[in-house]
Write a protein that binds this ligand. Structure first.
Ligand code: FES
Length: 522
């Protein structure tokens, strides 16, 4: 395999270069507010903006820095064309829900556009046509069915047999007048607007619990501080609090990969292959340089095998279409998917109407998050939102029957058991620099990573969420959980939830009662 160009050593999303450096104090006292928002990504920031604009008192907390989580890793397509979805939604739920999903996302595009115009936000917003394309007969037929769904739902789209790239396609389906933007430019300015309207933001403040009754909801932080509010909005990607909503069994996590390289000319539009391997193409401009964002290689978190291979596969595909280019950025992104592919937005359970959740946007976080923020703001303000039924979390439309629900859960059970039965026999002293392995000591599985300076970091590989076994991700240098997508640094620190607690770590030299013969090697 010849590698025509190298990958950057570190994973870094392109949007980081235009992210404003925020620095807010952690919450260090009890506070009262009207709405407590947990999570400073696109959902939380948009909800804070909408609510504070109409005079509602908002307090927003983030476990890390705002805009440093999932939102930073998007490809930022602002579209209602969410891969092949409308034919499926019609067949599972009928025209009304399918049309409702389309309208909610189309309204979200208009809302983003009007916020940008009203506040003169400089974020490279532009209208673009969105394309799905197929390279095989099987998927060409699926695109034809999707087009029939567009016609049935009165969606402005057309079939074509051409896209402006050197890709041998069967057919393509485009949706007119979608959009794209720079998400960190947009959201950095939106966060400032929310603050100017009175929103209080606290960073490095982790929410660990909620107490609620019919009229109030209170967030409890890890330090034991309380945020008393009328409503709590959970905008933390995976819900930081599940109540009795069983979200761990109703969401799964997928990972996909993006590379970015410079371009001199780009024909406009953005493009998504619906068959395998999936590929996504869009353009953006950062600091006056145009880049192509080239993505794909989606797989369930913790089940992708050697992670570097995904970047190399993308690189080879990009070379075939665009020729040799220097890869300037690479990053991976993690998406949560619900049982029926429609996000959960609304009361976390019927019994806790003051706790609203928004999660499970699949790969379409820009519009679904904005629709979610609007829906939650409407709920808080007592306004009727026409998309409540589409998104309500208490539905149980398991796709299309209970079978898939059990399969997903079985998958979790499988990882719970399988991970614990896997007793590898790798030895730490055989580890090369920048390599990791798992080993067993005293019957317990552990993970070891040897850094470039030779330091060995040992962690307990049992995920602190519900107890599945994490696996090593060699591209990101993280321990990833296959069950619900928690990610931990090589030192065991939580990078991404739902886990809230770090993996236990151990001093390599002090691992006690260590018997390689009895325990099957290190
Ligand atoms: Fe749920 Fe690990 S067990 S994320």
């Amino acid at each position: 395999m010849s590698e025509h160009f190298d990958l950057p050593n570190e994973s870094k999303p392109i949007w980081k270069d235009t992210l404003k450096n925020f620095s807010h104090e952690p919450l260090n006292e009890d506070v009262k507010t009207e709405v407590a928002i947990v999570g400073g990504g696109i959902t939380g920031i948009t909800a804070a903006y909408l609510l504070s604009k109409s005079g509602t008192k908002v307090t927003l907390i983030d476990a890390d820095r705002i805009l440093s989580g999932t939102t930073l890793y998007t490809t930022a397509k602002v579209t209602a064309q969410h891969n092949l979805i409308y034919d499926e939604l019609i067949s599972h739920f009928g025209y009304q829900i399918a049309r409702g999903y389309y309208e909610a996302n189309s309204e979200a595009i208009k809302l983003i556009e009007s916020i940008i115009q009203d506040n003169q936000i400089d974020c490279a917003f532009s209208k673009q046509d969105a394309y799905l394309y197929s390279t095989t007969g099987e998927y060409a037929r699926k695109i034809e069915k999707e087009y029939q769904a567009y016609e049935g739902l009165n969606i402005n789209g057309k079939i074509t047999d051409q896209i402006p790239f050197n890709i041998d396609i069967e057919n393509a389906l485009y949706m007119k007048d979608q959009a794209q933007f720079n998400p960190t430019q947009y959201l950095s300015q939106l966060a400032d607007l929310a603050k100017n309207q009175g929103t209080k933001i606290y960073e490095q403040t982790t929410a660990v619990d909620v107490q609620s009754d019919e009229n109030h909801a209170t967030v409890i932080t890890r330090e034991g501080h309380k945020i008393e509010a009328k409503y709590v909005l959970s905008c933390s990607h995976f819900p930081f609090y599940e109540g009795r909503g069983l979200y761990s069994g109703r969401l799964r996590a997928d990972r996909s990969y993006v590379i970015a390289f410079p371009t001199d000319s780009y024909p406009g539009g953005y493009y998504l292959a619906v068959d395998q391997p999936s590929r996504s193409i869009r353009q953006t401009t950062i600091h006056h340089q145009d880049y192509i964002l080239f993505g794909g290689e989606s797989h369930k978190v913790g089940q992708g095998g050697n992670f570097q291979k995904h970047y190399h596969a993308l690189k080879r595909s990009a070379e075939q279409i665009f020729g040799k280019q220097p890869i300037m950025y690479r990053w991976s992104t993690q998406d949560l998917i619900t049982l029926d592919k429609i996000p959960y937005v609304g009361p976390i359970t019927k019994n806790e109407p003051r706790v609203l959740v928004a999660t499970g946007y699949r790969k379409w976080g820009m519009t679904n998050s904005t629709a979610a923020a609007k829906l939650m703001a409407d709920t808080v303000q007592g306004n009727i939102n026409p998309y409540q039924e589409v998104y309500q979390p208490s539905r149980f439309n398991a796709d299309p029957s209970l079978k898939k629900f059990f399969r997903e859960n079985f998958d979790v059970t499988k990882h719970l058991i399988k991970g614990k039965l896997a007793f590898p026999k790798n030895k730490i002293e055989d580890l090369g620099k920048d390599q990791a392995t798992t080993f067993v000591t005293n019957g317990h599985r552990k993970g070891a990573y040897k850094a470039n300076d030779g330091t060995v970091y040992i962690v307990d590989t049992t995920c602190t969420h519900v107890g599945c076994e994490v696996n090593w991700n060699d591209a990101e240098r993280t321990w990833d959980c296959p069950c619900h997508g928690s990610r931990f640094s090589y030192k065991g620190e939580v990078i991404e939830g739902p886990a809230e607690t770090d993996l236990k770590n151990y001093d390599y030299h002090l691992l006690d009662n260590f018997d390689p013969n009895k325990d099957g090697g290190y």
